[in-house]
Design a protein around this ligand. Structure first.
Ligand SMILES: [Zn+2]
Length: 237
């Protein structure tokens, strides 16, 4: 495990459902934004299916989840949220999704991209997370990079672009840790904005303490108190 110290100028978090970004990267992105990094969120689905409340309709949920996601982004300091509006639970790793992801990468030009690790073996993994993880990998290499893929996109500011590093959260085999000490509470505060999904979450609540404990565990043998860990792969230069 190595400490990941880079703070890029621009980073992108690509996630399947409202709240996944904060669960995966909340403390890291809060720290980076605080240091001047621009973080862009790309939300693949509208989160229309995730409710146990039988009186809830898909339309109502989409509205609520969208507002909650904006509030959570504000706590982190994320202003740009791109919503791709695929149907929750029906995300396919297909050419439409690939095209959308390639376009976002070519437009916002992030040095570092975060997403779900699609290779998780030891636990169940939501199908949307797996399909999105695969598509993000493909979008970065080779599709966003090479001008002969999706050539119709290329004009003006939309140009072939090479992402330097891809960081997966939710991995069985993390290999880098970010020191997020001082930003641990931001993760809990941002997640607490997702009130319909995580009712009652606060810094003092049981789940809040649990989240902080997990960040403490992730600091491992490092000398800092709180960490967020990822599996990183780097593009060859
Ligand atoms: Zn999710």
């Amino acid at each position: 495990m190595i400490e990941f110290k880079d703070i890029p100028k621009t980073a992108m978090v690509i996630f399947a459902h409202p709240d996944d970004a904060e669960i995966g990267t909340g403390a890291t992105t809060a720290k980076w934004v605080n240091s001047g990094c621009k973080v862009v969120y790309v939300l693949a689905t509208s989160g229309s299916s995730g409710s146990n409340d039988l009186s809830m309709t898909s339309e109502k949920i989409v509205d609520i989840r969208s507002r909650e996601q904006q509030d959570a982004g504000k706590v982190i300091g994320v202003e740009d949220i791109v919503s791709l509006n695929y149907t929750d639970g029906e995300l396919e790793s297909n050419r439409d999704l690939l095209s959308d992801l390639v376009f976002c990468i070519r437009k916002y030009k992030p040095e570092i991209v975060f997403t779900h690790d699609p290779f998780r073996m030891n636990n169940f993994l939501h199908r949307d997370h797996r399909n999105l993880g695969f598509s993000v990998m493909d979008a970065i290499y080779p599709y966003a990079r090479d001008h002969l893929h999706f050539p119709d996109q290329i004009k003006g500011n939309i140009q072939p672009y090479k992402v330097k590093k891809l960081l997966f959260w939710g991995s069985d085999k993390p290999n880098v840790t970010v020191n997020v000490t001082g930003f641990e509470n931001k993760k809990v505060e941002s997640l607490s904005m997702h009130k319909s999904q995580l009712p009652g979450l606060s810094l003092g609540s049981e789940y809040g303490k649990n989240l902080l404990n997990r960040l403490r565990d992730s600091s491992g043998n490092f000398s800092f108190e709180y960490g967020e860990s990822f599996r990183m792969i780097e593009a060859r230069s």
